[in-house]
Design a protein. Structure first.
Length: 218
């Protein structure tokens, strides 16, 4: 058996094995019985050459009193259960399809759309916005302004994401609403008058602390 090669079977030799340690202890001189000779061997194979003469001992391993483990003084390959790291539980990555949404986040864009196709789609979306702007305002300037707004681009990208990146379906949805409602149109006339009156009565020399957020849903 290969395991027997790593075991000292001679009881006389086994009784002469010591373990070196950095631990320091003090004994009274009266406890000393004489001088001995301690030989170091690098491994158990070389320790077989040990001759058990009187007052002669040997050591191969070192003892660590803190961990209560025996270690090789020449270094060792740290394998085994005591040298393994404790790995945390696996946390799966979010799916690239957007199917997994965390508690505090919402996926609004998935990279992978061809740049050329995306550019053509945005051009078509801006053309729809320009036409709708001209119909509402009655001039080409109104159409150009509607097409150049950031809200128009963001609305087109959101619509493309909600349409599973199908440009045809997204354009069909944009036909019904090519231009998003402007923020100033989200307020009724009464709300505008009320908010304007509140702003006019605020003392700007003494800024009030921020106590909350005002959320506007269009």
């Amino acid at each position: 058996d290969s395991g027997r090669e790593l075991v000292i079977t001679d009881p006389v030799i086994r009784s002469r094995e010591l373990f070196i340690s950095d631990y320091v202890d003090t004994y009274h001189a009266a406890a000393l019985r004489g001088k001995c000779n301690v030989i170091h061997f690098s491994d158990i194979f070389s320790a077989r050459e040990f001759q058990p003469r009187p007052d002669q001992f040997f050591y191969i391993l070192g003892y660590n009193p803190e961990t209560r483990r025996l270690n090789s003084t020449q270094g060792e390959i740290r394998v085994g259960p005591s040298h393994q790291a404790k790995l945390p539980e696996l946390k799966p990555l979010p799916l690239s399809t957007g199917g997994m949404v965390t508690e505090h986040e919402e996926l609004v864009w998935t990279p992978g759309v061809n740049d050329c196709d995306l550019l053509m789609y945005l051009r078509a979306a801006r053309s729809m916005a320009a036409f709708a702007g001209m119909c509402d305002g009655g001039s080409t300037e109104d159409g150009c302004l509607a097409a150049s707004r950031d809200d128009t681009t963001v609305n087109a990208l959101n619509t493309l994401h909600e349409s599973s990146y199908d440009a045809g379906k997204a354009l069909q949805r944009l036909v019904k609403k090519p231009v998003p409602k402007l923020i100033e149109k989200c307020w009724s006339e009464d709300e505008m008058i009320e908010q304007t009156a509140d702003v006019e009565t605020v003392d700007t020399s003494r800024p009030a602390p921020l106590t909350g957020w005002l959320v506007v849903e269009c």
